[in-house]
Design a protein around this ligand. Structure first.
Ligand SMILES: NC(=O)c1ccc[n+]([C@@H]2O[C@H](COP(=O)([O-])OP(=O)(O)OC[C@H]3O[C@@H](n4cnc5c(N)ncnc54)[C@H](OP(=O)(O)O)[C@@H]3O)[C@@H](O)[C@H]2O)c1
Length: 324
């Protein structure tokens, strides 16, 4: 069965590190014997997979590694499930995302871009019948991250205004769809006019060029772009506003502008992935509201290189889904 594999760290040319193999390689760290096999019906690409190919978070000694954090499939009892990608230490009793020893699928243990993925049973979440496998596969990383940013970390209330930087991305489109469905006024920025228009179709109330002067200051900013948008994110906030940051695609060391942070009493809140319970609530939210992930394209896993190339080029609106 096909497997999409990172074979070596390739910082400047991630595609050069990608191989599609007929069989998954023997794992450098074999999963524990009590983990259960899930037959993968659909998996979704994330920027995390591009970072892995570049060797960020995935050192050479862990390669070859099957890529992929996200999957929806069927467990050994025939149940339709979504896989929670956060693997916490079995001895950890707190919230999974705070476990300093946690990993994501494809960081230590093989990921989801294969016919089967092994996971702890507690990481299986029931898939609502209303969601297709392709839709459900989009949720465990980008959408779960967006859910936690908006509903756990931001302090936003329905009716408030949130700015989403970089409208075309997987996390960003999830923020627009979830935020609009929850009664937030969602503003976006994007470098691309077509992506700005698409964000308006998805429910954004206004779309701006990066760095644009906004009609008024916002209650919170959702930041995944990093250096390219950070200064604008801080300037966009009202006094006492919150910037929630979960990514730094364009660079992770912007000028901090501390004077603005303390003088306006801004809150800077980090956010990473989400808990199993949050994933369960996200699935129910989608089933209840009718909100569905924006799927850009569904491709066979054998075309994984095309999908990665499109993500590297930024030529994506929503999620790229891979099927075995
Ligand atoms: N902490 C976590 O748990 C977590 C979870 C998921 C993702 N992330 C991180 O969040 C980031 C976004 O992930 P994603 O899966 O949504 O990625 P993606 O789909 O590739 O989205 C990246 C978006 O960034 C925007 N962008 C704006 N300026 C940019 C610039 N100068 N260079 C590159 N991109 C720029 C682009 O939006 P426009 O083209 O519309 O401008 C692009 O669509 C990644 O860095 C990822 O690693 C973190």
């Amino acid at each position: 069965m096909v497997a999409v594999v990172a074979v070596r760290p390739s910082p400047s040319d991630p595609l050069a590190a990608l191989e599609v193999r007929d069989e998954a390689p023997v794992p450098t760290t074999p999963p524990p014997a009590d983990w259960v096999p899930v037959t993968v019906r659909a998996a979704a690409l994330n920027h995390h997979d591009v970072w892995s190919l570049r060797g960020v978070g995935l050192p050479a000694e862990k390669m070859p590694m099957v890529l992929g954090c996200d999957a929806a499939g069927v467990d050994p009892d025939g149940n339709e499930v979504v896989v929670h990608a956060v693997l916490s230490d079995p001895a950890w009793t707190g919230e999974e995302t705070l476990d300093p020893r946690r990993s994501l699928l494809s960081e230590v243990y093989p990921g989801t871009f294969a016919g089967t993925v092994l996971v702890p049973r507690r990481n299986l979440v029931p898939k609502p019948a209303a969601l297709s496998f392709e839709e459900a596969a989009c949720l465990p990383t980008a959408w779960l991250t967006a859910y936690r940013m908006l509903f756990t970390q931001s302090g936003l209330q329905p009716g408030q205004t949130v700015l989403v930087q970089g409208a075309g991305g997987g996390v960003a489109t999830a923020l627009v769809l979830l935020g609009a469905a929850a009664g937030l006024r969602v503003w976006v920025t994007s470098r691309d006019e077509g992506k700005r228009e698409r964000a308006l179709d998805l429910g954004a109330a206004a779309a701006f060029e990066p760095g644009a002067r906004l009609p008024e200051r916002v209650d919170a900013v959702m930041e995944t772009v990093g250096e390219a948008t950070w200064a604008h994110s801080l300037k966009a906030l009202r006094p006492g506003g919150t910037v929630v940051v979960s990514g730094a695609t364009s660079g992770a060391t912007p000028s901090a502008d501390l004077q603005r942070v303390f003088f306006l009493q801004l809150r800077v809140v980090g956010s990473t992935m989400g808990t199993r319970d949050e994933l369960d609530r996200l699935l129910r939210f989608c089933a209840t509201t009718g909100v569905r992930p924006l799927v850009d394209s569904v491709l066979p896993m054998t075309d994984a290189a095309d999908a990665v190339e499109r993500m590297v080029e930024g030529d994506v609106i929503g999620k790229l889904v891979l099927v075995p």
